[in-house]
Design a protein around this ligand. Structure first.
Ligand code: SF4
Length: 571
């Protein structure tokens, strides 16, 4: 548990404070680009008739990629008027507004479905029963009746029509939630270890820092419209993985003992950079050691460095990884340093105490907390629950806990702060609403992205296939240890197939009669944290129907031939 201080304005350089007071990113580039005319409707834009040749980041207009042109024409956050107008006419967004809607967390998912999806922001995956019930009610009244938990400990609601979009956003705000910046080229939901604050083995409660960064982003308009999306995670050092090393910035809690380098012993964070597992890369240690309070200004400085220097011409090279690949970590840190009022502390990783190993599927079942109470992890098959189930979980959290609910990056939820004498009643209530609190070796680590029932990029029905596959393997293989299976619908890799023990990426497969069916390439041997590994491709272009018996055989061979303590991940 931590009472360490949060950052203050003294932690920001004058340069960053200029951002804090500016409410429009163009302010910073007024010397380069004539800017800040105010239209009659109150929006800000380029001065009428100005000879604009560059965007606000200094990239020539003719070189901008399509999405950058859209951002240049109008800031995505300024699309609320369009959302209102389309609600009046019942029309879906068109052209550039499809992209701008995502700045408000609204995704027009055509052609997969003629509807809009809402993606929220839930700082650190922490919300309460009242908020969970509000999401359930939004889904009941304006969505398709299902809530999807995501791999960023977040909630998505589908089936929204244009007429309902403003009401969804208003209800979300009234519940103390937001979807601002949840999509497009923005900083995604800030994740945190889901058991932080009550995990007996953790080094520090990271939720205050995740919340702090979440609100900092919301209140600084220049932190929208990055070259590409950006992920940040806080790992408390506790038992349940938040997959911090798959993020652009992973803050990993460590303990520093007595040393001869002048660093006071205590709890710090290592800063890991450039995790992007869809591109087969984990975040690597930057050599930097930060106090908890330093993480926010350093994240802000690094993101601003990326905003100023990232590639705005080629979407395939626009993630942080590519800037750092080009510059190297030393120059990237030098440029970040220019935006800080304190010196980045270099400290050898070897002198930091490594956190305890993660417990695979530790996000499920009943576990003791650091304060003598208990938490229970609830299995939500491939992250999807009904309105009734969400309302029941909100009731359970409020009746038996203190109302808190935590979402995990494993598409499941945790209800903490339970008394031992209530555990049987909690278990019964979870079963009564059709969910489970214990999991099999397969279902506990079954992760699937949206798939082609709701995402235009998908080549297969990932959620449907995951459920069928999980059920088949449970009936045919007596596994005695957790195996994670990740199904992702396209190379965007929202379900992070490269970190699964078994990873599946959807492809269209040509059959002998010339037809095309849904299938997958299969990768094996991935992991994260202390079992970190990028899975290797073993099979290519298999029709889905061939996969369940194939994986059954594979798992049976593993069980029959493994060495004593050999995990599937290392088999
Ligand atoms: Fe859509 Fe691809 Fe993400 Fe799946 S991985 S949700 S198909 S973008």
């Amino acid at each position: 548990m931590s009472n360490l201080p949060l950052p203050t304005s003294a932690d920001f350089s004058e340069d960053q404070k200029a951002y804090l007071t500016g409410f429009f990113s163009g302010v910073l580039h007024r010397d380069k680009v004539p800017f800040l005319g105010q239209l009659a409707d109150g929006r800000f834009t380029h001065e009428a008739g100005a000879d604009v040749t560059e965007n606000v980041h200094g990239t020539p207009l003719e070189d901008l990629c399509r999405e950058e042109r859209i951002k240049h024409e109008k800031h995505g956050l300024d699309s609320y008027d369009t959302i209102l107008a389309n609600a009046g006419s019942g029309e879906f967004p068109r052209d550039g507004d499809i992209f701008r809607y995502k700045f408000h967390g609204l995704f027009y998912v055509t052609p997969a479905e003629e509807s809009i999806m809402l993606r929220c922001r839930v700082a650190g995956g922490a919300l309460d029963g009242r908020q969970f019930r509000a999401l359930a009610n939004i889904t009941r009244d304006l969505g398709n009746g299902f809530l999807d938990m995501t791999t960023r400990a977040n909630v998505q609601v589908r089936g929204i029509l244009p007429e309902g979009a403003p009401e969804v956003l208003m209800r979300l705000s009234e519940a103390g939630l937001t979807s601002q910046g949840a999509g497009a080229d923005n900083i995604r939901n800030i994740t945190a270890s889901p058991t932080t604050g009550f995990d007996p083995g953790e080094l520090i409660d990271v939720l205050p820092y995740a919340r702090s960064l979440h609100h900092y982003i919301l209140k600084n308009r220049d932190l929208y419209g990055l070259p590409r999306k950006f992920n940040v995670a806080y790992d408390s050092g506790g038992a349940v993985s938040v997959c911090a090393d798959t993020n652009d910035i992973g803050f990993q809690a460590v303990r520093v003992g007595a040393n001869e380098l002048g660093v006071e012993p205590g709890i710090y964070f290592r800063m890991q950079l450039c995790g992007i597992t869809g591109h087969k890369q984990f975040a690597s240690d930057s050599g930097v050691l930060l106090t908890p309070a330093e993480t926010l200004p350093v994240a802000a400085a690094l993101i601003r460095m990326f905003i100023e220097n990232g590639d705005r011409t080629n979407r395939n090279k626009a993630r942080l990884k590519y800037l750092v690949d080009e510059w190297g970590i030393p120059k990237s840190l030098e440029e970040t340093q220019k935006k800080l009022a304190f010196t980045l502390r270099k400290f050898p990783l070897e002198l930091c105490e490594v956190p305890t190993p993660k417990v695979k599927h530790g996000h499920l079942g009943i576990h003791p907390q650091s304060d003598g109470r208990f938490y229970i992890g609830i299995l939500m098959p491939v992250g999807r629950i009904t309105v009734g189930q969400a309302q029941a979980l909100a009731d359970i959290a409020e009746k038996y806990g203190n109302g808190d609910i935590r979402l995990t990056v494993w598409q499941n939820a945790i209800i903490p702060n339970l008394r031992e004498e209530d555990l049987e009643a909690v278990k019964a209530a979870i079963l009564a609403c059709g969910l489970a609190w214990s999991a099999t070796s397969v279902s506990g680590g079954l992760v699937a992205c949206t798939g082609n029932k709701g995402c235009k990029y998908a080549s297969a029905d990932t959620k449907g296939h995951a459920l069928k596959l999980g059920s088949y393997l449970e009936q045919t293989v007596a596994l005695d240890q957790p195996v994670n299976i990740h199904l992702t619908g396209c190379p965007h890799s929202c379900a992070q197939h490269y970190i699964g023990d078994i990873g599946m990426i959807a492809v269209k497969v040509k059959t002998a009669d010339g037809n095309s069916v849904e299938g997958y390439n299969i990768v094996l041997g991935g992991g994260t944290d202390d079992t970190r590994g990028i899975a290797r491709e073993i099979w290519k272009g298999l029709p889905y129907d061939e996969i369940p018996p194939l994986l059954e055989s594979l798992l049976k061979v593993y069980l029959a031939t493994r060495l004593d303590d050999e995990t599937f991940n290392t088999f």
